[in-house]
Design a protein around this ligand. Sequence first.
Ligand code: BGC
Length: 380
Amino acid sequence: MGLYMNKLINFIVGSTLILLITGCDDKSISLYEEDYGVLDNGILIKQYIFENDNQMKVKIINYGAIVVSIEVPDKKGKINDVVLGYDSIDGYVQDPSYFGAIVGRVGNRISKGKFSLDGKDYALAINNNENHLHGGIQGFNKKVWTPEITESNGLPALKLTYLSPDGEEGYPGNLNLEVTYTISNKNELIIDYFGTTDKATILNPTNHSYFNLSGAGNGDILDHVLKINADYFTPVDKGLIPLGNHESVLGTPMDFLNPKKIGERINNDDNQLKVGLGYDHNWVFNNWDGTLKLGVTLFEPESGRFMEVFTTEPGVQFYSGNFLDGTNIGKNQKAYQYRSALCLETDHFPDSQNNSNFPSVVLRPGEEYKQKTIYQFSTK
Ligand code: BGC
């Protein structure tokens, strides 16, 4: 793949900003902006559209830093949008399922919303039974982010910034988070996270896209074939809170070390699957060292679409869409049914701050929070 370094053309057509990068091999990526919708308070939300030369198109809005669509070809060249979402801003404002959003400050559950840091106890907003989930009542998925069209590694990029004030949802410190989205001509969606704080806090954001490689709304994901590079997962209690230990996947339906159909064992008589109502667990990647590594692959045999997930994170929450029940009316008025999509949320382990043996999610003044995840699409 050529280096994208030659021509950076940045011009304005009407209200639309177009950024086009042409590389040595004449491949180009464009990024442009258009109006998306207006919130009840009058704020205009923008949509950013990336397109490359290999039939990949990705749309992102600055509400919730949400990935609205990912269009990629199947093995015959047919294009489908492979993530769940809505047709308008109202859908995202009302959405209870975090479609496509950046969730945070801390993704997944914090037991009873409580944690201690430097000897001080904190009580976070409670929004999931007795627990805190995905950043609280008004998490990052419901915030307006400040957009900036920029360049990252020679590629056009969208940087979305959100300043979360001290005390928001109970979290300490003014936290500044930048999420930068880029696409490449290798059909990668690249997500970079950068955060700083002015008081010690906890931070563990992730992207909450719901994938269905047959196309959003086209049946369930039980025939998708999943591979997770993890010998261990973190078992949970009835409230989906980690027990604190690592358990071997061997001999259990959690074993995805070799590619397995998701539906093959999802209804097994297994204690962990019962509490999750299916898969809703964190897997512990093998040999984590903070560098970018392939952690997960997902294959859908009929379309031939293949997705690889690379990440710097130590774990992934694989959620098999067990709470989808047909009440989310999504794009093209399709009702999203039970297990019609799955999330692969790369992050630190849930409830890390209450489990000292899990890698730390603490961020202190002067430190820089940096993580990267890439979802790469191809066919086979
Ligand atoms: C969690 C599920 C939760 C869902 C919300 C997932 O990340 O693991 O337990 O219900 O998000 O849509």
